[in-house]
Design a binder for this molecule. Structure first.
Ligand code: AP5
Length: 214
């Protein structure tokens, strides 16, 4: 099965993709994670992407489509969860080609519907363990022991450089202008399933499971 999780920054795409990966043996393909890794590694792609991401704008269609193609080649027959891709009409068309070239097809496009005002708080409050990546939030999920990761016991935490309010507002504007308009492309094919992304994480997960079946 191949699915897209679509929604604005902070809608919960990464949260749900990670859970689906753990529960169903599918593979999360997050272009945001791939680009952040490229920035950390200082690759040519990372050098191009760094300032664009910090401004909250979109990296070029050609770069992200190539990253997805490489990952699809690496995952064999496992199902794919596209998280943060596609984000433009050109990327949606590129994905169709990448899938058909590999004998795959798209099963569902799950749109996480959310209230944008709540998202700024969700995003600006989040941080993660610098060692194992376990996610936390200033208000909703603090470590049980202050300053110590619940999962690995690490003491270093980090925040994404693009998780400040100014950049988040730009990311949301980019979503409205360039990503939301690709929904009709999938609606015409009867692929879009809408899920209330404002519900608690477990309820969002249950709604997605109901769509995907067992
Ligand atoms: P990317 O990494 O894809 O960021 P994003 O789309 O802005 O999404 P986020 O990771 O911020 O949010 P999310 O929806 O995954 O939410 P999460 O689960 O973390 O992209 C970053 C940048 O890379 C882009 O701005 C662009 O520059 C570039 N880029 C990436 N892909 C690209 C592409 N295809 N084309 C061009 N450029 C690209 O949840 C957020 C918070 O909310 C967490 O704290 C979480 O715990 C909490 N939360 C989640 N669900 C719930 C819930 N139901 N209730 C309460 N809290 C919740």
């Amino acid at each position: 099965m191949n699915i897209i999780l679509l929604g604005p920054p902070g809608a919960g795409k990464g949260t749900q993709a990670a859970r689906l990966e753990a529960d169903r043996g599918m593979v999360q393909l997050s272009t945001g994670d791939m680009l952040r890794q490229a920035v950390r590694d200082g690759t040519p792609v990372g050098l191009k992407a760094k300032a664009i991401m910090e401004a909250g704008e979109l990296v070029s269609d050609a770069i992200v489509s190539a990253l997805i193609g490489e990952r699809l080649d690496a995952i064999g027959d496992q199902g794919a969860i596209f998280d943060g891709f596609p984000r433009t009409r050109a990327q949606a068309e590129a994905l169709d080609l990448l899938l058909s070239e590999r004998g795959r097809k798209l099963d569902h496009v799950i749109e996480l519907q959310v209230d944008e005002d709540a998202l700024v708080e969700r995003i600006t409050g989040r941080f993660s363990c610098a060692n194992c990546g376990a996610p936390y939030h200033d208000k909703y999920k603090l470590p049980k022991v202050a300053g110590t990761c619940d999962v690995c016991g690490g003491h270093d935490f980090k925040r994404r450089p693009d998780d400040n309010e100014t950049t988040v507002r730009t990311r949301m504007a980019e979503y409205r202008a360039k990503t939301a308009p690709i929904l009709p492309y999938y609606e015409e094919r009867g692929l879009v399933r809408k899920v209330d992304g404002m519900a608690p994480v477990e309820e969002v997960a249950a709604a997605i499971d109901a769509i995907l079946g067992q």
